[in-house]
Design a protein around this ligand. Structure first.
Ligand code: GLN
Length: 554
């Protein structure tokens, strides 16, 4: 077996940045010429995060193959620039689901089905699936969600304990990320929580090889020696993950610590010297913008930035590509109405309406879009944002006053956004009669679909190609019965499914930049390759600021 495994566990408390640490280590190993993949194991019982409230869980990240996954997979893709898939994320719920299905089928031949070995075997199989086939990576990093000591995490920890024995020490490495708080009053770092956390790991048979300490400021050498001594690791195997202002700095900081080098040595990886030029350039560009644009994000989950993680990152990437800092103004759509739109968006260079579900706040989004359309403010609508742009146009330009989405008003005479009755089977990719059951699961269009781009449009200018692939996560579609009516009034359908059956992008001419897309482009944006639509949206915002400054100076 060629793949080497790195297991990353977390101690003391959650939100220490395990996902970013795993992604940054992966990126560093990549720059050393190794192929890397990362898998997230989530101990919760939901089969996947698709049904979870973004308030609690943050964004649902969608892969090309249509898996609804943890937002850490977004970090993995952004840092590694390799597509993740269904293989890269699982949960306790999914593991149990498989084991119970096997039990019902009689696969266990009458045996008693238990956590050990049946659940742990299922977990091990999921981990080992990464090294199957001829595409097996050199390194697979496995991030275990949650914190050591959580009851629900135990089967995962037991599985990695067993794997290390089975695969051998040269092929597996345990990294434990903990918090080392700095007590200002005492003027020193405190190692006790780390000691306790490692003790907890040891009690279940896992000896960490490397301790990665999340800390406010770098930990002095003598303190590191103390941690090494108490935690049974090499003196040079205690590293710091210091707080940084920009998350794309983490790989550089890790490199300065010698973290990836130690990993390469311990795993006997055939690694060449790291080449960090592109990361250095990225961090430099982030720190040296030549201007600033302010973008309003009009949505429902504005209090929780995690709910729009990829979107937020995609805007930063687009800022880097345009050499501007992107300042985000989160606007709660429930507070927007025709009377206050002008004040609300005063000073904004662009308005973005992201994806979402449910009626709450939709009328405010429509008002925000009307404001953008009528005042030539660059506008970008994503998924629900595109659907709202269609509704707004139908109501206020085409005069269909009760235009709506079937999601919000099933009784409207003008359901410009609707559930297709001729349902497209998204698994077989065929049009067929839809079973209109009440179960919402499985009726979403998920994952990557091709989209044909109409020449001489904003979309064509952005992509510079005729065919693209983008990721979807929605239930409703543009209603083709209204295509001609809206086209007559000037709406352009600049992105279509290859057989013309589905509208994927709409835009307006005679406006600096007004584009809505049914898919989620934010999932495919990378720090070093901004997504073309985001890039052009920010560019339009930049032109608007420049224009405003010009007027002010004149
Ligand atoms: N609620 C809309 C739908 O289901 C949009 C979903 C989204 O924005 N992701 O089609």
């Amino acid at each position: 077996m060629k793949t080497k495994y790195i297991f990353v566990t977390g101690g003391v408390l959650s939100s220490l940045g395990k996902g970013l640490a795993a992604a940054s280590l992966g990126a560093l190993l990549q720059t050393r010429g190794l192929s890397v993949t990362i898998q997230k194991l989530d101990p919760y019982i939901n089969v996947d995060p698709g049904t979870m409230n973004p308030f609690q869980h943050g964004e649902v990240f969608v892969t090309d193959d249509g898996a609804e996954t943890d937002l850490d997979l977004g970090h993995y893709e952004r840092y590694l620039n390799v597509p993740m898939s269904r293989k890269n994320n699982t949960t306790s719920g999914a593991i149990y689901n498989n084991v119970i299905a096997k039990e019902r089928r009689g696969d266990y031949l009458g045996g008693t089905v238990q956590v050990i070995p049946h659940i742990t075997d299922e977990i091990k199989a999921k981990i080992l699936s990464l090294s199957e086939g001829d595409q097996a990576p050199d390194v697979a990093i496995i991030e275990i969600g949650g914190t050591v000591g959580d009851i629900e995490g135990l089967p995962f920890l037991e599985a990695i304990r067993q794997l290390r024995t089975e695969l051998g020490r040269d092929n597996c490495l345990n990294i434990h990320l903990t918090l080392v708080p700095y007590l200002r009053a005492a003027g020193e770092h405190k190692t006790k929580p780390t000691q306790h956390s490692v003790k907890e790991l040891l009690s279940i048979g896992i000896q960490p090889d490397i301790i990665l300490c999340r800390c406010e400021q770098s930990i002095p050498a003598e303190m590191r020696r103390k941690i090494a001594l108490f935690c049974n690791v090499d003196q040079d195997a205690v590293f710091c993950s210091v707080d940084v202002g920009n998350i794309y700095e983490v790989p550089l900081r890790f490199y300065e610590e010698g973290f990836d080098q130690k990993v390469a040595i311990m795993l006997r990886l055939p690694a060449r010297n790291a080449n960090l030029e592109s990361w250095k350039q990225l961090v430099y560009d982030c720190a040296h913008p030549q201007g600033k644009v302010t973008i309003a994000i009009v949505g429902k989950y504005v209090d929780l930035k995690e709910a729009y993680k990829s979107l937020h990152e995609a805007l930063i990437h687009a800022g880097i590509a345009n050499r501007v800092a992107v300042e985000l103004r989160y606007v709660n759509s429930e507070n927007v109405d025709a009377g206050n739109a002008r004040d609300t968006f005063e000073g904004c260079d662009g308005i973005l309406v992201p994806g979402g579900f449910g009626y709450r706040g939709v009328e405010g989004k429509i008002e925000a879009i009307r404001h953008a359309r009528e005042n030539n403010v660059p506008f970008f609508g994503i998924c629900l944002g595109m659907q709202c742009a269609v509704i707004e146009f139908a109501r206020h330009v085409a005069g269909l006053e009760d235009a709506n989405s079937e999601e919000f008003n099933p009784l409207s005479d003008h359901k410009v956004i609707y559930l297709m009755t001729e349902w497209f089977d998204f698994r077989t990719k065929h049009l067929e009669k839809r079973d209109t059951g009440s179960d919402k699961g499985g009726t979403m269009r998920l994952g990557a679909y091709p989209c044909k781009i109409l020449p001489n449009t904003h979309a064509a200018a952005a992509y510079g190609k005729e065919m693209v692939e983008e990721r979807h996560r929605h239930r409703y579609e543009f209603n083709n019965a209204f295509r001609d009516i809206l086209a007559d009034k000037g709406m352009i359908f600049s992105g279509l499914a290859p057989d013309d059956s589905l509208v994927e992008i709409v835009e307006l001419p005679d406006h600096p930049w007004f584009v809505g897309c049914q898919f989620h482009p934010e999932f495919k944006s990378r720090p070093m390759h901004a997504h073309p639509l985001f890039r052009d949206f920010i560019n339009a915002a930049k032109q608007r600021t420049a224009g405003r400054q010009h007027i002010a100076e004149g």
